[in-house]
Design a protein around this ligand. Sequence first.
Ligand SMILES: [Zn+2]
Length: 233
Amino acid sequence: MASGLYGRTLVRELVLDLLLPPRCAACAHVLDRRARGAAPQPGDALCARCLRRAAALVLPRFAAAHLAPGVRAIGAFAYTGVVAEALRAVKVSGHHSAAAGLGALLRATVPLPPGVTVSWIPPSPRKLRARGVDLVRAIAGPGASPLLATVGERPDQTALAPDLRRRSPAGGFVATAAVPAAVVLVDDVRTTGATAAAAAAALHAAGAERVLVVTLAVGGADARSAAAGTANV
Ligand SMILES: [Zn+2]
């Protein structure tokens, strides 16, 4: 559905798609022609070589972490290499089909049980204006349900030093729909987990009992400790 939120970006995206062959979000290699209208595929975002490189970045035990009571978090890839390059390219260009392809890659890497409610962490209005597209919604996939909205403008987490990120306000989200007891909450990158914990708190306040935060990538100390855990095994 091309709502006002997506209309302008969608048309620009479709026209670009018409004029240019789709390219790998990490290395800009021209992608194989894919079947139009099919469900998103990992190959919509990355070429075969970059998909193999991404496979080498899958995190041991998906860097599982406990963010708060009733809030666990896992992530598919270390936030580095082709995964970081692809996310940066998607964020800068707002390339919607690549974001959907990254979502397909996430679901192929972290298979979620059917029937569980999937939602995503919405961007601040400022980020949405800057990008023109809700990247995380595209990663969460066509079956995801909108459950959260941001309240006011949050400080840009990436612009803050790590110690300030942890201390940034825990508010900033509110539930906008009926929330089931268990929710999978998708985000692009987990660094400190502060944003995910704030979003999960809003779901808890609206009745969720358990929240599993699933991110495409994990950066910072959590990714390093997951990698160190493997090295020690
Ligand atoms: Zn590539």
